[in-house]
Design a protein around this ligand. Structure first.
Ligand code: HEC
Length: 270
C-alpha cells in the first residue's frame, strides 16, 4: 500500500519533489520545491550539529510553523506526524514545534534541497536528506532527540500523541517506574521505526511485541548491545537500524526501554 503511494517519488528526479501538508481542518496542500524556496518566510539558516549529517549545515528553509496552518486551533495533546519516504514516522509534540525561538528554545524548520545544488549523501547512505528535511536551530536548548530530525520528509499532518491515540501502548498503573520512563523513551526514539502491540503506522522495522517480544528471544546483554549498536550483534549491507550514541540514548535509557519491553511482553495486544 505505502509503496504504491511512495513509488512516484522514488522514480522521479529531485525536481519533481513535493511536500504534502495537512492543516488542522484537514485541508491538504502540496508544495513544490520551487514554491518553498521562494516562500515569503524562507531564509538561509545554519544548523549547528545537524543530526542527519553529523556536522554543521547551511540550508534554505521555511519555519515549520509557517506551513502547518493555524496550530493554535488544535486542542488536546497533539503532535505533528512527519512521514518520510522510507516509512519512518516521527510524532513531534506540537508545543516543541511552536516554541519559535522564544526564551532561547529550539526552532523547527523545513530545509529544502535545491534542484540545482543537491545536498551531499548522508553518511553511510546512497541518498541525501532531501528533498525536504526537518531540522532544528538550537535543538539542544529544548532537548530535541535524534529521532525528532526526520529527513526525506514526504508528508506532514496532525495526530494525537501516540500514548493517547493507541491504548495498547499503555502500561498499567502498577507498572514499575523504569518501565514508565522507558515508555516515553520508546515513543521518542523507537516508535518512528517500530510498531508496538500493533500500534503505530511505520512500516520500517518489526513490531517489538507481536508475535514475540525481543526480551523473550534475546539474552539481556545481547539486547542491550543490539539497541546501542546493532552491528555489534549482526550486520548485513541493507540493515537499517543505526544504533545510538550515548548522547542520543544513555545506558540508563536503554535499561528503561528494556524494562518497558519486558513489561509489555506481559501485556500482549491489550
Ligand atoms: C531508523 C529506524 C529505527 C529506529 C529509530 C529504531 N529501530 Fe530497531 N530496527 C529497525 C529495523 C529496520 C530493524 C530490522 C533490522 C534492520 O534492518 O536493521 C530493527 C531491529 C530491531 C530489533 C531486533 C528485532 C529482531 O527481531 O531482530 C530490536 C530489538 C530493535 N530494533 C529495538 C529498537 C529499540 C528499542 C529502539 C529504540 C531505542 C529502536 N529499535 C530504534 C529500525 C529502527
Amino acid at each position: 500500500m505505502l509503496l504504491c503511494v511512495l513509488l512516484p517519488f522514488v522514480g522521479k528526479a529531485a525536481s519533481a519533489a513535493e511536500l504534502q501538508v495537512t492543516s488542522p481542518t484537514g485541508e491538504v496542500s502540496v508544495y513544490q520545491t520551487d514554491e518553498l524556496l521562494s516562500h515569503p518566510e524562507a531564509r538561509e539558516i545554519t544548523v549547528a550539529g545537524d543530526e542527519g549529517y553529523g556536522r554543521d549545515m547551511t540550508y534554505r528553509a521555511v519555519p515549520v510553523a509557517a506551513l502547518i496552518g493555524d496550530a493554535a486551533t488544535v486542542e488536546g495533546e497533539m503532535g505533528l506526524e512527519v512521514i518520510a519516504l522510507d516509512g519512518f514516522v516521527a510524532n513531534i509534540p506540537l508545543p516543541l514545534v511552536l516554541l519559535d525561538g522564544q526564551d532561547e528554545t529550539a526552532q523547527a524548520w523545513i530545509a529544502i534541497e535545491p534542484e540545482d545544488a543537491p545536498w551531499p549523501n548522508l553518511p553511510g547512505k546512497e541518498v541525501s536528506a532531501g528533498p525536504f528535511s526537518m531540522v532544528w536551530v538550537d535543538g539542544a536548548a529544548s532537548n530535541i532527540r535524534s529521532e525528532q530530525w526526520p529527513y526525506q520528509v514526504a508528508k506532514i499532518g496532525y495526530a494525537a500523541f501516540p500514548a493517547a491515540r493507541w491504548p495498547q501502548l499503555a502500561l498499567g498503573e502498577e507498572a514499575p517506574e523504569d518501565a514508565k520512563r522507558g515508555q516515553a523513551v520508546f515513543i521518542d526514539q523507537c516508535f518512528a521505526c517500530h510498531r508496538m502491540n500493533g500500534a503505530g503506522i511505520t512500516e520500517l522495522g518489526p513490531d517489538l511485541n507481536l508475535p514475540m517480544s525481543p526480551v523473550d528471544y534475546f539474552k539481556p546483554d545481547a539486547l542491550f548491545m543490539l539497541i546501542r549498536d546493532p552491528a555489534t550483534v549482526r550486520h548485513w549491507p541493507d540493515m537499517q537500524m543505526h544504533g545510538f550514541t550515548t548522547d542520543q540514548l544513555s545506558d540508563a535509557e536503554i535499561r528503561d526501554v528494556i524494562a518497558y519491553l519486558q513489561a509489555m511482553a506481559g501485556r500482549k495486544d491489550e
